[in-house]
Design a protein around this ligand. Sequence first.
Ligand code: FMN
Length: 228
Amino acid sequence: MDNKRILILSYSYSSQTRNLLNGLMEGLREKDREIHWEQLTLTSELRFPLGSIAATVIMMVQTFFRKRYPILPLSPVCFEQWDLVIVAGPTWSYSPSGPILSLIDRDGQKIFSGKMVLPFISCRGYWRVHYFGLKGMLRRCGAHVLAPIVFSHPTPEPWRTIGVFLKLAGRAPEAGSSWFRRFYPKYGHSREQIAESRKLGLVVGQAMQAGDSLEKVVFPVPVKTEDG
Ligand SMILES: Cc1cc2nc3c(=O)[nH]c(=O)nc-3n(C[C@H](O)[C@H](O)[C@H](O)COP(=O)(O)O)c2cc1C
């Protein structure tokens, strides 16, 4: 058994990060290694979709000001020694999501101090501000922060921005026979991206097993010029 231990801390509101992590896990699990995947749970329910345009606008504004979304306590195993901690979640209004912010506020020092941390981001397309903010917060907790793994929704602009907004508002833009569907066939990530995430899981696992520094592993970032 590979003796490197990996902790994954994740939050996913509309299942996109979770789908990508399922792929990543398959890749990491190619070899028998110890992995603990802790999915953050909110203290009060946050319905998906929100169901109205007003609720969507309010959430966008609140998250722009980095509203915290309180989470239940973590399992004790999360506070053990881990060789790599993967922090995964969506971008919310150019920042890490509210549950991840709550995690860092409450447990950041205890979990991340002295750890190698790999940020894993699922977003519509604008991740750089999120990454730099997250990197700063994790560093202040004493973490060693690696370059991120990032997945952007593959549908081009402006459709993916409108599509995410309508999806949150409960309009299911990818369903039915509207003209919009021609430009927006699917909300979120593609099957190809989940397969890509599996490959990245293999890369991470192999690098750790070989004792290679993960700092030398450069993950492909989304290449569209508008991304960031
Ligand atoms: C409140 C809110 C704000 C968002 N803001 C951004 C943003 O600033 N940039 C971006 O690229 N995506 C943004 N998104 C889209 C999500 O990052 C994207 O849909 C992601 O794939 C969702 O992952 P999840 O299903 O794991 O929560 C936002 C989503 C929500 C709910």
